[in-house]
Design a protein around this ligand. Sequence first.
Ligand SMILES: Cc1cc2nc3c(=O)[nH]c(=O)nc-3n(C[C@H](O)[C@H](O)[C@H](O)COP(=O)(O)OP(=O)(O)OC[C@H]3O[C@@H](n4cnc5c(N)ncnc54)[C@H](O)[C@@H]3O)c2cc1C
Length: 377
Amino acid sequence: MLQLNQLSFWERKTFFDSIDFTIIGAGIVGYSTAIHIKEKYPNARVLILEKGYLPSGASSKNAGFACFGSPTELFDDLQNNPEELVWQTVKMRYEGLQELFRLLSGKDIGYEKNGSWDLILQNDINSNIDSRFIEYLNEKCFCEFGLKNIYQEDVLSLSKFQFKGVKTSYFNAEEGQIDTGKLIRTLHELAISKGVISLFGIELFNFTDESKSVRLALNVGEFQTAKLIVCTNGFAHQFLKYEVMPARAQVLVTNEIDDLPFHGTFHLDRGYYYFRNIGNRILLGGGRNLDFQGETTTELQITPLIQNALMKLLKDVIIPGKEFRIDYQWSGIMGVGDTKSPIIRKDSENVAFGVRMGGMGIAIGSLVGKKLAEMWA
Ligand SMILES: Cc1cc2nc3c(=O)[nH]c(=O)nc-3n(C[C@H](O)[C@H](O)[C@H](O)COP(=O)(O)OP(=O)(O)OC[C@H]3O[C@@H](n4cnc5c(N)ncnc54)[C@H](O)[C@@H]3O)c2cc1C
């Protein structure tokens, strides 16, 4: 590949000289950070470097749920984390979605506010919630962000949706779904329209903070930038070994199904499984809890264990008795850690990290970008 020391005067001047902010990673967080920096400092030279020929993390591979928490996931989170921390995260997701819609129009990213349902299966022993817990959630949501009665039990729609083996469900009218491809493309276009330079196929191997600037070791050679902002999510394990772990998530998409009886987003089993319609197709993902160890990887592969579990869920619960075919299967890499809170941190005057978005980067990604942009005087 062409090395930086082979570039012409014009190429160096246009793309690499006097860069104020270099952002690593062209995902939701990287683009949002670049856009917010340009809003704050219109004259700043902002460069995004992405290792893939497309964004290659989670932002172009996710399920497209614009959500802030299903009851069984929140119940599970509250069992394992301090209450305050759980609600901080939920509030951040809610506010993050508001920030996303400030930045981009719902129309541009294919937003559909069809609501979400958390399905409780008849044989589910992990999702042990009752009406008192739902009351608690509604009170907390009202206190935290002023919305009344967000969660409601919904038994009636289950027969309409024709699921099998579902005991009850909890409906949230405030959640919706986006077109993941449109989101990343619109962010890219907005960043470019603001003068951000975005280059693909360039990987950061390492960096050295030299107090007045940062030296980057890239696959195309060395390069100096005034500030470095690392937005590589699960891949940040490369730099923050103990704080960020990669977490692979697998999904599949069916063929178009005649008379698909539901439109909306659905969660199951503490958020470990999720499905939605894309037109008349079904996107179904999850099952990471079947093999946490095996899924702690940055390898973009799918496995029979998880894909078979997803297919069984389709056959047994989601579209029992209907013929279907699997048209697409893929995986993407998330970033997780000991808690569900993201890392938004300046490690020195010149270097910052915005990583570890877990399974909620759509909700919080643009707010994280805003916070990263606000860090510089
Ligand atoms: C299958 C799946 C389903 C999901 N569903 C949802 C959902 O429905 N709702 C939701 O809110 N969230 C969901 N998520 C999570 C969400 O997609 C992520 O939280 C979000 O995309 C993270 O964005 P990011 O910009 O931090 O990271 P990423 O999108 O991962 O971007 C990081 C980028 O950095 C690049 N990179 C990494 N290392 C380097 C390097 N050394 N040099 C240069 N470039 C580098 C990568 O190629 C990548 O493009 C899902 C994730 C997956 C995988």
